[in-house]
Design a protein around this ligand. Structure first.
Ligand SMILES: Cc1ncc(COP(=O)(O)O)c(C=O)c1O
Length: 371
């Protein structure tokens, strides 16, 4: 798809890119200004501590307290990451030995599987099915697999399906992890982009979760900071110590000026975040109503900025994505790119302005790409 997109752009075609999860909106000005000041301070030009600045980790603990009413020890239960992808990718290296099993959602963010492969582990794919609201069916995981598994990646709000977890689901994951001695790695990168005023919860709010879980967060999606590379992991101190051990051997931490700007981002006024959410809400509502008019069956995302669309029959997701590009100059991601259970779906993103989303709908209608 990427090659085809490049080719279309080389030909000068006006391509609407609904393929990548990279916000089009700018990083808020106060965060940029803080970076400008912090970058001018020579103290920030030296190697940072690989687990992060104490002031950044304190800001994370404070944010967790305000947002989820959880008290974390910033020393042992918070770790600064160079983007959450870095921590997610390194976690299997810290916790998986060659031959060990990791439970990985399918469809899912590809780094869970890639990190497991690089550590010499084996991924056992747990399908996220439409009939289960895209939550894994824990009862369908065979006993011998559950016994052999060391870690379990889950991700809510979910990329690519837009699903959110229920309280009951998180409780059953805690029970499952306790019974089988598995570390749960919950990826909450999209927790702050939500719709209709319904805030997704932290996995760590679930009773017992802090004994068996860590959680990843990112400032990338929350405040349009994908290029800055700043995120964090929180939760189980021993698991974070293991991840830190890997990191301290492979990287030397996030640029301190970026961490300082990250503190400003974490302390952002909720009005600022509400403004960003309102933009996505308008985009989601416009795009979803357009898809409905086209007769396409899209899942209404409850959070995140992805729309997961069920294919009309007789097409593979790759064929449909090719047709979208060739007939309507729209880039979308075939569901199969997120794992075998993603076949039959296509993912589109809400990271372009509302008029462009409306234009995508008009182009699809003109090209006869309907349900
Ligand atoms: C589910 C999920 N987790 C984590 C990330 C990584 O984000 P970052 O490394 O920018 O924090 C992404 C990025 O697309 C994602 O979709």
């Amino acid at each position: 798809m990427d090659r085809k997109k490049q080719e279309a752009m080389r030909q000068g075609r006006d391509v609407i890119n609904l393929g990548i999860g990279d916000p089009d909106l700018p990083t808020p000005a106060p965060v940029v200004e803080r970076l400008q000041q912090a970058a001018a301070n020579p103290k920030n030009h030296q190697y940072p501590a690989s687990n992060g600045m104490p002031s950044f980790r304190q800001a994370v603990a404070d944010w967790y307290h305000d947002r989820f009413h959880l008290t974390l020890d910033p020393q042992s239960e918070v770790l600064t990451l160079i983007g959450s992808k870095e921590g997610i990718g390194h976690t299997p290296l810290a916790l998986i030995n060659p031959g060990d099993l990791a439970l990985i959602p399918s469809p899912g963010y590809p780094v869970y599987h890639a990190g497991t492969l690089f550590a010499g582990g084996t991924s056992y794919f747990v399908p996220l099915l439409e009939q289960n609201q895209f939550l894994p069916d824990l009862t369908a995981i065979p006993d011998d697999v559950a016994r052999a598994a060391k870690i379990f990646f889950i991700n809510y709000p979910n990329n690519p399906t837009g699903a959110v977890a229920t309280k009951g689901f998180f409780e059953s994951v805690v029970d499952f992890a306790h019974r089988h001695n598995i570390l749960v790695c919950h990826d909450a990168a999209y927790s702050e982009i939500f719709y209709d005023g319904i805030r997704p919860q932290s996995f760590l709010e679930t009773p017992g979760a802090r004994d068996i879980g860590i959680e990843f967060h990112s400032l990338s999606k929350t405040l349009n900071m994908t290029g800055w590379r700043i995120g964090f992991a929180v939760g189980h101190a021993d698991a974070l110590a293991a991840l830190h051990q890997i990191k301290s051997n492979l990287d030397s931490g996030a640029f301190q000026a970026v961490q300082e700007a990250g503190i400003t981002a974490l302390q952002s006024d909720d009005q600022l975040l509400a403004g960003i959410r309102n933009i996505y809400q308008e985009r989601r509502d416009t795009f979803l109503s357009g898809l409905k008019k086209l007769g396409l069956n899209a899942h209404i995302p409850k959070a995140g900025f992805y729309v997961w669309i069920k294919m009309p029959q007789h097409y593979s997701s790759a064929e449909w994505a090719s047709r979208l590009l060739s007939d309507a100059n729209i880039v979308a991601t075939p569901g199969v790119g997120f794992g075998a259970a993603g076949e039959g779906f296509i993912r589109m993103t809400l990271t372009v302005p509302t008029p462009r989303l409306q234009e995508a709908i008009d182009r699809m209608e003109k090209a006869g790409i309907t349900g």
